[in-house]
Design a binder for this molecule. Structure first.
Ligand SMILES: Cc1ncc(COP(=O)(O)O)c(C=O)c1O
Length: 419
């Protein structure tokens, strides 16, 4: 067998991609991304087919938390795959991965694995509705929970609704949308018909906004008082803010939580974790959760290797150092160039904009000059710093002093050329 031919020109690859793939991309999120093709990636770096190197702060939208192609994960997957990939039966690695997830989280007693955050969110919503016998779900402006009909939300002017042609609007009738970080809004919306409250416990997907002091605690209390299932969507924050994610950082425990991205060192793994009494519904067969590729051998090997690595050689202090220095460096460069560059969030995940003050919810986030930043992000990519247009930066365990120097020098040059 011959290796597939890989063209080495962006133009040629783009022409071929556009001929065979709508928009030339396989996820609509990438329609707005840089129009270059990546040849390879390792650690904190990616290289384009034209040889350009990029310091990566997108991390594949988050999964490469250990850096690209981490040896510890690669060798575990390679070893495991030689014994088969998908059994359609149970195996020891999935048991170990389940134990490791529950131990890492501390509060969760059981877990079910999937392959994408989107589907684990669906499993959580179905389970919450099954155990409560109720249908309504409270959710929050600007929080992302996947691309399926019932959760995908778009905003035009100030009205929220479907985000895609073909999306069934009536699914949204079962959701109550309220502003986040506002306990009174939850209190007003929560009633005896509500099955669940679902939120990103730290809002990261659209921008990086921490929960106000006492907010998560108050939502927890309201859920307890009304018998409502509290779901934390930790697809971004899980394993990134610490082994126990946002629940661990803020000390508020949900009933169910979803994970993905940083969980498996770049492999497609998601998880729904939760209280045993709730999760039991899947075990009796009363509540359906299925999937051909769930807990495949390679994804479980990747999960075990990733969690062991995060547990035994925690990168969190290093990431905090790098992220803090980077946030400070960006602010200083803004001041030196006389441009209001606003940085908010945590060292592992922060948000850069041309705003003047911290956003506290999605409404204030929209006032941060995001369109201007999106253009600036394109210039950053052209200067070799790979970032998302929406302003979110992720730091990995592989970012060190060399990457910090390279990033700040490139950022500096971008500002010089751009202003
Ligand atoms: C908070 C949150 N939930 C769910 C998802 C959906 O995950 P996936 O893209 O793996 O389906 C995402 C993806 O970005 C996310 O950020």
């Amino acid at each position: 067998m011959t290796e597939p031919t890989v063209e080495t020109s962006d133009d040629d690859l783009r022409r071929r991609a556009l001929a065979r793939t709508p928009g030339g991309v396989h996820s609509n999120v990438r329609l707005a991304g840089p129009k270059v093709f990546i040849d390879r990636a390792k650690g904190a770096w990616m290289w384009g087919v034209d040889g350009t190197d990029y310091v990566d702060y997108l991390l594949g939208q988050g999964p490469n938390f250990l850096g690209h192609a981490p040896d510890v994960v690669l060798s575990a997957v390679e070893r495991a795959c030689r014994r088969g990939m998908v059994y359609g039966g149970q195996h020891a690695l999935e048991v170990e991965a389940s134990e490791l997830v529950c131990e890492a989280l501390g509060w969760a007693e059981m877990v079910r694995f999937g392959v994408s955050g989107t589907e684990s969110v669906q499993a959580a919503l179905r389970l919450a509705r099954a155990v409560t016998g109720r249908t309504k779900v409270i959710r929050f402006e600007g929080h992302y929970h996947g691309w399926l009909d019932n959760v995908l939300l778009g905003q035009r002017d100030d009205a929220w609704g479907v985000a895609s042609a073909g999306q069934l609007p009536h699914h949204h009738d079962d959701f109550v949308l309220v502003p986040w970080n506002d306990p009174a809004a939850v209190e007003a919306a929560i009633g005896d018909d509500v099955a669940a409250v679902i939120m990103e416990p730290i809002m990261i997907n659209a921008g990086v906004i921490e929960p106000a002091p006492g907010y998560l605690e108050r939502v927890r209390e309201l859920c307890d008082a009304r018998g409502v299932v509290l779901i934390f969507d930790e697809v971004i924050s899980g394993f990134r803010l610490g082994l126990a994610g946002a629940a661990g950082r803020y000390g508020v425990v949900p009933d169910l939580a979803t994970y993905g991205k940083a969980l498996a060192g770049g492999w497609p793994v998601s998880a729904l974790a939760g209280r045993a009494d709730l999760m039991a519904g899947f075990g009796t067969g009363e509540v359906n959760h299925s999937g051909t590729f769930n807990a495949s051998v390679m994804t479980m090997a990747a999960t075990v290797a990733t969690i062991r690595s995060l547990r035994d050689d925690p990168p969190y202090a290093r990431i905090a150092d790098h992220g803090t220095a980077l946030m400070t460096g960006i602010r200083e460069l803004g001041a030196r160039h006389g441009v209001a560059l606003h940085v908010q969030g945590l060292p592992a995940a922060f948000h850069v904009s041309f705003g003047e003050q911290d956003a506290t919810d999605h409404r204030s986030l929209r006032r941060l000059g995001l369109d201007r930043y999106t253009k600036f992000a394109e210039a950053l990519v052209a200067h070799g710093v790979w970032v998302a247009g929406r302003g979110v930066w992720y730091v990995s365990a592989s970012h060190g002093p060399a990457e910090l120097d390279a990033t700040l020098a490139r950022f500096d040059q971008t500002l010089t050329d751009w202003l």
